[in-house]
Each structure stands twice: as C-alpha cells, then as structure tokens.
Design a protein around this ligand. Structure first.
Ligand SMILES: *[C@@H]1O[C@H](CO)[C@@H](O)[C@H](O)[C@H]1NC(C)=O
Ligand SMILES: *[C@@H]1O[C@H](CO)[C@@H](O)[C@H](O)[C@H]1NC(C)=O
Ligand SMILES: *[C@@H]1O[C@H](CO)[C@@H](O)[C@H](O)[C@H]1NC(C)=O
Ligand SMILES: *[C@@H]1O[C@H](CO)[C@@H](O)[C@H](O)[C@H]1NC(C)=O
Ligand SMILES: *[C@@H]1O[C@H](CO)[C@@H](O)[C@H](O)[C@H]1NC(C)=O
Ligand SMILES: *[C@@H]1O[C@H](CO)[C@@H](O)[C@H](O)[C@H]1NC(C)=O
Ligand SMILES: *[C@@H]1O[C@H](CO)[C@@H](O)[C@H](O)[C@H]1NC(C)=O
Ligand SMILES: *[C@@H]1O[C@H](CO)[C@@H](O)[C@H](O)[C@H]1NC(C)=O
Ligand SMILES: *[C@@H]1O[C@H](CO)[C@@H](O)[C@H](O)[C@H]1NC(C)=O
Ligand SMILES: *[C@@H]1O[C@H](CO)[C@@H](O)[C@H](O)[C@H]1NC(C)=O
Ligand SMILES: *[C@@H]1O[C@H](CO)[C@@H](O)[C@H](O)[C@H]1NC(C)=O
Ligand SMILES: *[C@@H]1O[C@H](CO)[C@@H](O)[C@H](O)[C@H]1NC(C)=O
Length: 777
C-alpha cells in the first residue's frame, strides 16, 4: 500500500506544478481509479447513454446544450435562495447558518432550499460556498461562507450538501480553490463576466442555461496586466486547511464543483490538472462536473485536459475542440468522461424522471411552503449573545424603549434590490442589512425589520417607542424645540426616560470587493453617545464578517450585545424573538472578534499585490491567536445564553480497535480513501442546565496532537448542540473519524495518524475549557 502512495506522490508532485498535460488517465471515471459506491448506478446509466451519442451530441452536452432526450440542465446560484427568482424564500446567509452550530438545522435548510430550486426546475445549485474560508478578517465574501475553521466548515457544508441532494437538486461547491480575496480575483483588466449585468444575470456566478455569460477570456494567459492574483501555500496547509472542507462536500454528494478565478502556483485554477484532475478527481474522488466561475476559464483545450467538464457554448464547440479531438490531443475517452460526468448528478438524483420544467424568474410559481417559519427559527437560532449584564436581556416590562441606527429600519428602496458591490461598496448599509451583496444576495419578496417589530410590540405591549434612524450623532435639534414631554430631536434627547436604548449596527459587503474597515467610527460614536446617557444600552450587530466592539464594549452602560450574520427575510422577526425572549439565544461565534485590528495577523490584510503567499499556513483565526498568545475580545466558539450550563469534569475517550498509527490505506473512493471516514474514537461528557429556562448549548471538542503531526495548539474536531431543560442534563458524544486525527504527510502524499499522545479537551468555546482526557496511539 505504501509504495502505491509513493508512486502517486511522484505523479502528483510534478503534475501539481505544471498546467495540463495529456496525462489524464487516472482521473477518467472509466479508469476505475475511484470506487464509485452509491454513484455506480448513475455511472452505468450515464455511460450507456453517452455510448449512444455522436461527437457533436457529446460536445453539446458539455457546453450546455441538449442531446437525444437529455435537455440541458438549468444551473443557478446560491446558498441563500434561487437567485433573482420571485416567490422564493431568502434564507439566512451562510455565515448566519454557520453560527447556529447545528448540523440538523443546516441540513434542513439545504433540503428546504433544494425543494425551492427543484420547484423552479433548476437542476444544479451553485452552493455551498466554502471558499473564501475567511483567512482574512477583511475578506469581502465571508458573509456567505461557514467560517475559518476547516473542520467546522466541512461538517456544516457537508450536511448542507446532503440536504440539497435529498431534495433532488445537485449541489456544486465553490470556489475551488484558495479564493480567499475578492481584490484582483479577476486581475486588473477584469476577467469577464461577474459584472452584475443589468437584467438579472447573476453577478459572479458561472454561466447558466439561458443566462450565458459571454466569456471574454482568451487563451492568452501570459498577460500580466490582466492576471488574477496567484496564491502560494505549502502543501501541508493546502491540504489541512483549504482542501479539507471539500472532502466533506464530495463525501456528502456534490455533483458539481466550481473552479475559481485565481491562480495557484502560477496556474489558473481552471487550467490546473494538478488541482482538478489529481487532487479533486483522484485524491477526493469527485465524480461530477467541474465548471468555471465567471471568466475563470482561460482556454478551450487546456481547460478540457486540466479537468473542466462543463462550459458555455461560446467557449466549447466543435470549432474550439474539434481539431484537438480529431488529432487525439483530447482523447475520445476524455470527451466521454466529460459527457458522463455531466450526467452523473442528473442520474444519481433521478432527474430524468419527472423533474419540473425550468421556470422563468418572474413566473408566479410559489415554492415557499412553510419556509418562512423555518427561516425565522434558523435566523433566531444563529444569533450570538456576547454580553448580558444585570439581566438586560431579554427585555421585560419596559415602559419606554428607544431605538437607534439606520440598521433598525428598511433601506429607502426594497425589498428585492440588486445588491451589486462591484466598483467599490459602502462598508455599512443605510438600512436594515439582511443579505450579503453579490451572487448570494437573495431576492427578497419582503423584509421584516426591527423598526416594524418594535412598533408592533409597542402597540401590543404598551411601551412608548422612540426612534433615531441615523448612524450619526446630532446634538442640535433640527426641528422645533420640544416642550413639556415632547421629544427633543437630538441623539441624547432620545435617551431621556428610556428603560432601554437599543443601537442597531451593521457592516456590509459581499462578492467583488474586500472590506475597507472592520469597525466604524461613526457607529461607535453613536453607541458611546447613547451609552453615556442611557444606563441600559443594548447593541445589536448584523455583520458580514468580524466586527470589532472594543470602542465601547467595556462601557458600564453597555449591558447587552447581540451579534449575528445577515439573517434573510425574517431578520426583524428573529431579532425580536431573541430580544424579547421568545427564543433563548444559542448561537456561537464562527470567527474571532479581536480587541484591535492589529491583533489579526497583519499578513492577512488586503493587498493589491498579485503574488500572495499564505505564509501563515494552518495558523488562521483562533489558531493564530493561540499560537501567538494574543487575547481576543471574544474567541471562536463563544456565545452566551439566557440560562447557565455546567459541564461535568469527567471526559471519557474510547478508542476503536482499528485506531492505529500510520497512513490511510483504504480504497480510493468518493470522498477520499475509505478508511478516512472510519469512526476510530469516541469522546463523551455531560452538560446540565443550571438556570431557570430551557436552552441550547454547543459543546466543543478541541484536539491537541502529538508534536510529530505538527498541528496548531488545539483544533476543533467535534461539536454537538444539545437542548437541555432546566435542572436536566444531557450526554454529548463526539465521534472522531480517522481523518479527524490525521495530518497530511507531504513526503508520502497521504493522510497519516501520528503515534503519540492526543489530548481531547471539551469546552464551551475555543478558550473556555471544562475537562479533558488523553489517549496514546
Ligand atoms: C500517466 O500517469 C500514469 C499514472 O500516474 C503513469 O503510469 C504514466 O506513465 C503517465 N504517462 C505519461 C505519458 O506521463
Ligand atoms: C430518456 O428517456 C427514457 C425514457 O423515459 C429514460 O429512461 C432515460 O433516462 C432518458 N434519458 C435521459 C438522458 O434523460
Ligand atoms: C437543532 O436543529 C434542529 C432542526 O432545526 C432543531 O429541531 C433542534 O432543536 C436544534 N437543536 C438545538 C439545541 O437548538
Ligand atoms: C498575449 O498577451 C500579451 C500581452 O498583451 C501579448 O503581447 C501577446 O502577443 C499575446 N499573445 C497571444 C498569443 O495572443
Ligand atoms: C505549489 O508548489 C509548491 C512548491 O513546489 C508545492 O509544494 C505545492 O504542493 C503546490 N501546491 C499545489 C496546490 O499544487
Ligand atoms: C463575446 O464578446 C465578444 C467581444 O465583445 C464578441 O466579439 C463575441 O462575438 C461575443 N461572443 C458571443 C458568443 O456572444
Ligand atoms: C468538427 O471539427 C472537425 C475538425 O475541425 C471537423 O473535421 C468536423 O467536420 C467538424 N464537425 C462538424 C460537425 O462540424
Ligand atoms: C492537434 O490540434 C490542435 C488544434 O489545431 C493543435 O494545437 C495541436 O498542436 C495538434 N496536435 C497534434 C499532436 O497534432
Ligand atoms: C461608517 O459608517 C457610516 C455610517 O453608517 C458610513 O456612512 C461610513 O461610510 C462608514 N465608514 C467610514 C469610514 O466612515
Ligand atoms: C450611564 O448612564 C447614566 C444615565 O442613565 C449616566 O448618568 C451615567 O453617567 C452613565 N455612565 C457612564 C459611565 O457613562
Ligand atoms: C438607570 O436609570 C434609570 C433612570 O433612567 C434609573 O431608574 C435606574 O435605577 C438606573 N439603573 C441603574 C442600574 O443605575
Ligand atoms: C473501524 O471501526 C469502525 C467502527 O468501530 C468500523 O465502522 C470500520 O469498518 C472499521 N474499519 C476497518 C478498516 O476495520
């Protein structure tokens, strides 16, 4: 077994460095390299069908056309909703879904979202977004992704994929790979596509049926003036940090993968046989189609050799491929492989039988069912309670409440607006922020806001409500001077006689631009001004990435802070549910909130350089803070509840008999070597609810590896969310797969379990530890 892995190394080692060669034998599904398992029947049906087709028909299939009784598949963004469609649900964005830390929730969201895609006749969804992972706090697109911990992103992304496929829709993971930044992702000259063209074409998405992007890329990839940025990262971190989450999505059933706009080791991702052929299709055993992000395909022939399987008719046609097929540069076997891969997801999910007709974007087909209530509960479940002193929250028995900030009320136009962020974006939204910008923006059919909910409650509960719908502080009254009990129209005037002052803040951003700030002076002055005058000031933040709070977090009058991602159409309802206690908050942070900007690794700041070396390797987010002993304000995994929990101090670890040191040796299968997924150890402990009300707690397992594995100090390797009644306790169980205890051996090019002592620490966050156990392998 070992010699096989070494032979693989050598071919990978060279293939990874060069662009496509004609040696693509191993990654053809027909080579038998990959054990297809549950995908075998789809392969058999697809191969039988393809064997009946002419070359012209095969070219038609791979370029978005029809063949025989196969009609081209409809494909569309995103993980938030069927983009641009009317009568669909706008779900909490990826970051918010991640903050639930609830794998059942994200799988259920995937299923419900998949039902909506299917109802609209869309075969393949460009979802989930795994890259950017969030190496940089300034990354513009982290609002649609699952946070910077690879294990966590893989688990959540994997369950989401399972949900979408259960609905019969093909999930396609993006962006493969190392697409951490938006800045220069298409190079200085623009790479075509993705421009948020008027008329509803998805910005930044890949070409879709009936919405083809004119791919302006040419085969000239040598021009430096239009090159996208190039990423260099060592092979260990490449595997352990950036590739790892894609394993979970392949294992859980993605039938598509979108190659990204950037370059890796000098080669465009969509032109790299090392990435697409050797790594994605052989190492991970991916059985589906590789297609390109807008403008990311740079050539016709080379991308086909590298491993792309689907493109638009403007790039792939007999005129661009015919001669290379005739002279054997592209073999007949490779063309068959491309066509078969296009049909794998289709047959795997039985889309040949009774799949709905592809609806037009404005067709009045309402696919929402009961999804509004699901979207509301997931949004509420995602919110993180960061601070709560003097039982400030939930709000009870108030006589007078004042609300502040543009984020409290809707934007002047809406609900479904084109949230394009190209060409620069305001870092805050002047109005309630509930979706990211770009191709995961969602097409809101309506939007609930705090302003609406507070008014409804004021009428119902009988408190007085005052509002200041501006982020700026004003000390001079603009209107007539208040007399008697009337409102004085200044920021401070609003605070008078208020039992609670709630300040709503957002950050905004999305696809196409990185962030220019992770805190905001105007908003921070607003919070401090209110807090100086109101002894019960509560801050509600919705953000697309880390938002610092140190300008006011220690202010004695800031009694509560609630922190969330973009919550989707039910945002107002969900915030109301948590503020007033209908829902007990149970979300946890999926990124670190630093005290100061300079506490984040300065190497992760946005740069205009086109050569990016990720020298931090595996040390991103909390792993960086741990390694350099930097104290964050709120650490990864942090979050409070309206109740309290006590963890048992005894943590038990039980090892399975097949947990042995050494390499993974299983057959190459869909999702990587089979034994990587074997459960090899189980860790258990228990948690009790010591408060007065029922609540949900996310228990987290952090593993410290032996030195030989060369890993960060502690890494998340398990999490379980449990609902506990007051006075009751629940057992939590973390199941560790062989993969979870493996490191990437760069010499052997294989996952390996190091021998030595492993420490298993259970905590309520990445810094709040409750007990531990050790195991020697
Ligand atoms: C192609 O790769 C296979 C297996 O990796 C190897 O056996 C073969 O020699 C390679 N062929 C060429 C032409 O490099
Ligand atoms: C063509 O139609 C037949 C009969 O309905 C069906 O079994 C087969 O799967 C279809 N093929 C494709 C590619 O849809
Ligand atoms: C986890 O999610 C499921 C499905 O949404 C839900 O029924 C369950 O209550 C959630 N668990 C907790 C502890 O919130
Ligand atoms: C590629 O682009 C460069 C820079 O624009 C140009 O000098 C060169 O001639 C082009 N090559 C081809 C083959 O078009
Ligand atoms: C990039 O090149 C480096 C140095 O040769 C190599 O170690 C690494 O594996 C390559 N990475 C990828 C993703 O091909
Ligand atoms: C794509 O755009 C280019 C440049 O504007 C144009 O020459 C070409 O005809 C277009 N191709 C298609 C298929 O629309
Ligand atoms: C496809 O291209 C090849 C090579 O240029 C040519 O010989 C063949 O006639 C073309 N086929 C069609 C159907 O146009
Ligand atoms: C095959 O045809 C392509 C396209 O015309 C050409 O670029 C390539 O050099 C040819 N290869 C051989 C081996 O003739
Ligand atoms: C800060 O927030 C204000 C108000 O939301 C906004 O107008 C501004 O663009 C933001 N950034 C800076 C640097 O002021
Ligand atoms: C807190 O608010 C009260 C008004 O309720 C004010 O008098 C006091 O100065 C504030 N405290 C601080 C530290 O600003
Ligand atoms: C906060 O201020 C109110 C008056 O606005 C006062 O009644 C209350 O006692 C103060 N609370 C604290 C904890 O100082
Ligand atoms: C390892 O053990 C697990 C459970 O104990 C089992 O599911 C799996 O098949 C075993 N794997 C091998 C390779 O024996």
């Amino acid at each position: 077994m070992k010699s096989t892995s070494i032979a693989f190394v050598l071919s990978l080692g060279t293939a990874a460095l060069v662009s496509a060669s004609d040696n693509y034998t191993d990654y053809l599904l027909s080579s038998g390299t990959i054990k297809l398992g549950i995908w075998q029947p789809a392969y058999d049906r697809a191969s039988a069908f393809v064997s009946t087709l002419t070359t012209a028909e095969k070219i038609s299939i791979i370029s978005g056309g029809d063949a025989g009784n196969f009609s081209a598949m409809a494909m569309l963004d995103s993980s938030s909703n069927p983009l641009t469609y009317y009568f669909v649900t706008t779900w909490p964005a990826g970051l918010a879904m991640a903050m639930t830390w609830n794998q059942s929730t994200i799988e259920a969201q995937g299923k419900a979202l998949g039902d909506e895609f299917k109802g609209k006749g869309v075969n393949l969804a460009f979802a989930p977004t795994l890259e950017p992972l969030g190496r940089s706090a300034w990354g513009g697109r982290t609002g649609e992704t699952y946070g910077p911990d690879s294990y966590f992103a893989g688990k959540m992304g994997g369950r989401f994929v399972k949900g979408i496929s259960d609905a019969g829709v093909i999930p396609s993971a993006k962006h493969f790979i190392l697409n951490e930044f938006e800045t220069n992702r298409q190079g200085s000259g623009g790479g075509g596509g993705g421009g948020g063209a008027p008329g509803g074409a998805p910005p930044g998405g890949a070409p879709t049926k009936r919405q083809s992007t004119n791919d302006t890329a040419t085969s000239n990839t040598t021009s430096t003036s239009t090159d996208a940025y190039n990423v260099l990262v060592n092979d260990k971190a490449f595997h352990e940090t950036y590739l790892a989450p894609f394993y979970d999505t392949v294992k859980n059933g993605i039938g598509g993968a979108m190659c990204s706009m950037n370059r890796v080791n000098g080669t465009y991702a969509c032109e790299s046989q090392g990435l697409l052929g050797d790594i994605l299709k052989v190492e991970l055993g991916f059985p589906g189609i590789v297609h390109a992000d807008a403008g990311a395909q740079k050539s016709a022939v080379n991308s086909a050799l590298a491993g792309m399987d689907f493109s638009s008719g403007s790039t792939w046609s007999n005129s661009s491929l015919g001669a290379s097929l005739s002279n054997g540069t592209i073999s007949a076997a490779r063309l068959d492989d491309m066509a078969v891969r296009n049909l794998m997801g289709y047959f795997h999910l039985n889309q040949d039988a009774g799949f709905p007709e592809h609806a037009g974007v404005t067709d009045p087909i309402d696919v929402r069912g009961n999804h509004a209530s699901l979207a509301r509960s997931y949004a509420a479940e995602s919110m993180v309670l960061l601070k709560n002193t003097n039982n400030a929250l939930p709000l009870k028995n108030k006589k007078s409440i004042s609300i502040f900030g543009t984020h409290a009320a809707p934007r002047f136009v809406g609900a479904n607006t084109q949230l394009v962020v190209y060409g620069g974006l305001p870092p805050t939204m002047s109005g309630h922020m509930a979706t990211v910008g770009g191709s995961a923006m969602g097409s809101l059919a309506y939007l609930t806001t705090p302003f609406q909910l507070f008014n409804e409650r004021a009428a119902k509960d009988g408190f007085m409500l005052r509002w200041w719908l501006n982020d700026s502080v004003q000390s001079v009254s603009s209107g007539m001077r208040g007399s008697g009990t009337e409102l004085t129209e200044t920021t401070v005037g609003l605070t008078a006689n208020s039992d609670a002052c709630i300040v709503f803040l957002n950050t905004w951003g999305g696809e196409g631009s990185d962030r220019v700030e992770i805190t905001n002076g105007t908003q921070d002055v607003l919070v401090n001004t209110v807090a100086d005058n109101c002894n019960n000031t509560i801050v509600v933040i919705n953000t697309i990435g880390p938002r610092l709070v140190d300008q006011w977090i220690t202010h004695a009058n800031v009694t509560g802070v609630l922190y969330g991602g973009p919550l989707g159409q039910e945002s107002g309802n969900a915030i109301d549910d948590v503020l007033f206690g209908a829902i007990n908050p149970s979300g946890k942070l999926v990124h670190t909130i630093a005290k100061n900007e300079s506490d984040y690794n300065p190497d992760t700041q946005i740069t205009q350089s086109l050569e990016l070396e990720f020298t931090d390797g595996n040390y991103i987010d909390y792993k960086y803070f741990d390694k350099y002993n930097v104290t964050p304000r709120y650490e990864f995994g942090y979050g409070l509840s309206y109740t309290t929990f006590a963890y048992a101090d005894d943590v038990k670890v039980v090892k399975s008999s097949n947990l042995t040191a050494g390499y993974a040796t299983g057959a190459r299968a869909v999702g990587g070597r089979e034994d990587l997924w074997d459960v090899v150890a189980t860790v258990t402990t228990s948690i009790s609810n010591t408060g007065e009300i029922a609540g949900g707690e996310v228990a987290q397992l952090y593993v410290s590896f032996p030195d030989a594995a060369d890993q960060p100090i502690r890494q998340l390797r398990g999490f379980q969310k449990v609902s506990i009644q007051p006075g009751a306790s629940e057992t939590v169980t973390f199941s560790l797969a062989r993969r979870d205890l493996s490191f990437w051996d760069t010499i052997a090019q294989e996952w390996k379990v190091a021998s030595g002592t492993y420490k298993f620490t259970v905590g309520a966050s990445s810094r709040d530890f409750k007990g531990s156990a050790e195991l020697t392998i």
